[in-house]
Write a protein that binds this ligand. Structure first.
Ligand code: FMN
Length: 435
């Protein structure tokens, strides 16, 4: 029996709330530092959380945000390898961009992490939405939105083929003959497509979980189609449970139409501020509000073409752009938040500074109730937790998980060894198996 619910946690709190490093307490590691991530991963592992998630955008934010950001923009694969050595069971989900990284490199990095961690790696497939990221890789800018997904599809096809370079029993390690691998069981991708020419093979066997677990977050038409075809776990941002249920239905029916036998799991993003009473949680939220720097948020919103520069905080929200070539899903969520009755520029900046997914401020019971409700109406197979303050992920583990366990919704301990087993996903047989 696999756990009814699954949780990933954005390990680096300074990614979900850029101001959160200001809450560092004397003697605690700087939020976002390697020491912080190790502490976080170990605490979450002791609560049997499915995995930690390392986000990555491949650029250091809009220029206006630079003074306010923690300089912790490290390569997620390197961090995850360090975390693999500091933990034993928790999954490690890294972000890698198909728009800017070569499939051979990505395939090799993710599979290496899967081996280093003994089958705990997941890959968050991103197409990257920021023009500033493109400026770090090429002179001709960001490819158009749907084109990025076409390229991603070809990249994923190549990467899967590279991961299957060796059949499960390819290694014979025959000391007498000096033969390590049976050449009949080594496959070359020999791929020649629109975007890539990749021969292969990859000189590494499949991992303990067969292949790394594939995660993806697309909410546009092209994004959902891609997720339905490829993802094993889908990230999303949804405003409420009924929108979440409609989204999950859509992903599942598109996956079914694409010929998949098992539908991907859907895990919406959820941020929260917990307190032992609602009042205490609200006080903590006010404290978070006090850490907020308006100039930083104005600059950050430029990243999705929202320009609030020079507007008075008490002014009503202006109309926002209807679409962007950048992150369409983020813009749509911002548009929903902007349409809240009475929303002013200042309130909008403060609200969006701590994420734009669903957000709960209240007691552990209140958060557990929301989680149960989303699960029971078919909106979520689990959540990507995006804590807003250092220490809040640990409070979630200590206070919310016991309630969910009591309700039979979350495991007491890990029931498997690999990330795939934590999520209850099938072992992917090698395409040559049974032939
Ligand atoms: C929970 C979650 C995590 C994400 N993490 C990243 C990330 O680390 N790097 C990135 O470039 N995009 C990230 N994204 C953005 C998605 O990859 C994607 O660009 C976004 O959902 C827009 O997709 P769409 O244009 O198909 O709507 C994330 C989205 C969600 C919901």
């Amino acid at each position: 029996m696999t756990s009814a619910l699954h949780f990933l946690v954005v390990a680096n709190v300074t990614r979900t709330n850029l101001n959160s490093w200001r809450a560092q307490r004397h003697g605690d590691p700087l939020p976002g530092s390697l020491d912080f991530l190790v502490q976080e991963a170990q605490a979450l592992e002791s609560a049997a959380i499915d995995g930690v998630f390392l986000t990555d955008t491949l650029f250091f934010g809009d220029r206006g945000t630079w003074p306010y950001r923690v300089t912790d923009d490290f390569d997620p694969f390197t961090l995850a390898a360090a975390l693999a050595m500091a933990t034993n069971r928790i999954g490690l989900v890294v972000t890698g961009s198909t728009t800017f990284e070569a499939p051979y490199t990505l395939a090799r990095q993710v599979l290496s992490l899967d081996h280093v961690s003994a089958g705990r790696a997941g890959w968050n497939i991103v197409t990257t939405w920021a023009a500033e990221a493109a400026d770090n890789f090429r002179a001709d800018g960001l490819p158009e939105h749907d084109e990025r997904y076409r390229q991603a599809q070809e990249a994923v096809d190549v990467i899967r083929a590279l991961w299957d370079s060796l059949e499960d029993d390819a290694v014979v390690a025959d000391h007498a003959r000096g033969v390590f691998t049976d050449p009949a069981k080594i496959h070359v991708a020999d791929h020649h497509g629109t975007y890539y020419d990749v021969r292969g093979p990859l000189g590494a066997r499949r991992s303990r979980q067969g292949r790394p677990v594939l995660f993806q977050a697309g909410s546009s038409g092209a994004g959902v189609a891609f997720a339905a075809r490829n993802a094993e776990v889908v990230f999303t941002m949804q405003g409420d449970a009924s929108a979440g249920a409609a989204f999950r239905d859509r992903v599942r029916s598109e996956a079914h139409a694409a010929g998949r036998t098992s539908a991907p799991l859907v895990t919406p993003q959820l941020s929260f501020v917990l307190g032992s009473t609602d009042e205490e949680a609200e006080r903590t939220d006010e404290y978070i509000g006090g850490l907020f720097v308006p100039e930083l948020q104005i600059a950050k919103l430029q990243e999705v073409d929202i320009d609030l520069e020079g507007l008075h905080p008490d002014a009503p929200m202006p109309a926002l752009p209807e679409s962007t070539q950048k992150n369409q899903s983020a813009l749509q969520r911002y548009r929903q938040i902007a349409q809240t009755p009475g929303m002013t520029v200042g309130a909008f900046l403060a609200r969006t500074a701590s994420g734009f997914g669903t957000r709960v401020v209240g007691t552990p019971e209140r958060l557990a109730d929301l989680i149960e409700e989303w699960h029971s109406v078919g909106a979520a197979d689990g959540f990507v937790l995006a804590p807003n303050l250092p220490g809040q992920a640990a409070v979630f583990a200590q206070e919310v998980l016991p309630i969910l366990r009591e309700r039979g919704l979350f495991r007491h301990d890990y029931e498997g060894e690999t990330l795939r087993e934590h999520f209850g996903l099938e072992y992917p047989e090698h395409p040559a198996a049974g032939r």
